[in-house]
Design a protein around this ligand. Sequence first.
Ligand code: ATP
Length: 347
Amino acid sequence: MAEIRIKDVAKQFGAFTALHSIDMTVRDQEFLVLLGASGCGKTTLLRIVAGLETASQGEVWIGERRVDRLPPRDRGISMVFQNYAVFPHLTAYENIAFGLRMAKLPQAEVERRVTRTAELMHIEQLLKRYSGQLSGGQRQRVAVARAIAMEPDVILMDEPLSNLDALLRLEMRAELKGVLAESKTTTIYVTHDQVEAMSLADRIAIMNAGRIVQADRPVEVYRNPAARFVGSFIGNPPMNFLAAERVDRGRWRVAGQVLPGPNATQDRIEFAIRPEDMAVGEGGIPANVRVVEPLGPHTLVTADVGGQLFRAVLDSDIAVAPGDTVSLVPQPERIRWFDPETSRALQ
Ligand code: ATP
């Protein structure tokens, strides 16, 4: 069992609070992605779990052991960083074997593990090469193989694909997912790339300004953002938001249309809809089209609704042009509502 429990972990750098009381459990064998904009605290949290940074308060548990006072090497973790940290003076084989030799494993066991992880990462034929003779993608595979060969309880990865070119990233992303599922290792993976997060994660923890705003399955995070920030951060283009005024109990006026919504007592709340959850039809939200971008499978329309930017992803057969006014009908079951005071979702 290698469940990771982060309890009330906070971090101050002088007067600056990088992490506010974080509570999170990563389940045994789960692949959890920490996602957020630059500076939100992802790396700091990962480094605290790794033992490369000390928390100002709180506890970290891995399985049944409290580890936050242990040195990194005693925590049962392996790490993979963005810059690979593969030793240039060693062959791929010796790089993968490095930690195993440090742990004084018998040669037969070193051989077995290097061979197995090299097969897993498709680098069997590169084992004799020095890392200077490897491409970036191959070096990255060596770094991942080295982490897995340790058979750790936990693997921590910090933007491991961000130095690779776009095509290789896609390829490695798919491969990593398969390899880590097979190795059954509990994983925390840091990225600011939402597509990477959506495609890899069992669960995504979305961070903003030192807090975890929502931790949920990718589809949940996308469909049911718990906070306005999540809706505006996930999705490209992001969710649209419009002011909603209370008409009477459970009915709200949005851009001149009256829509059924939550039984909230506030006078004003926020209406939200994803761009792909609308179609052109009768009696919808009147939108003045500004830009039309035909993208092949669909057309992205950027419009003005009451002075606000509003985007819709429409069927590519729809004929619209800048200057047109279209009526955009939201799919009722896809509408979300937010409290403007707390920014939290309303039911
Ligand atoms: P990125 O994606 O850019 O790596 P991140 O989400 O991983 O960002 P962190 O590296 O965790 O962000 O940094 C969180 C905040 O803490 C940032 O505002 C950063 O400037 C600050 N910070 C990190 N390390 C230190 C330090 N040693 N001293 C002072 N401030 C720090």
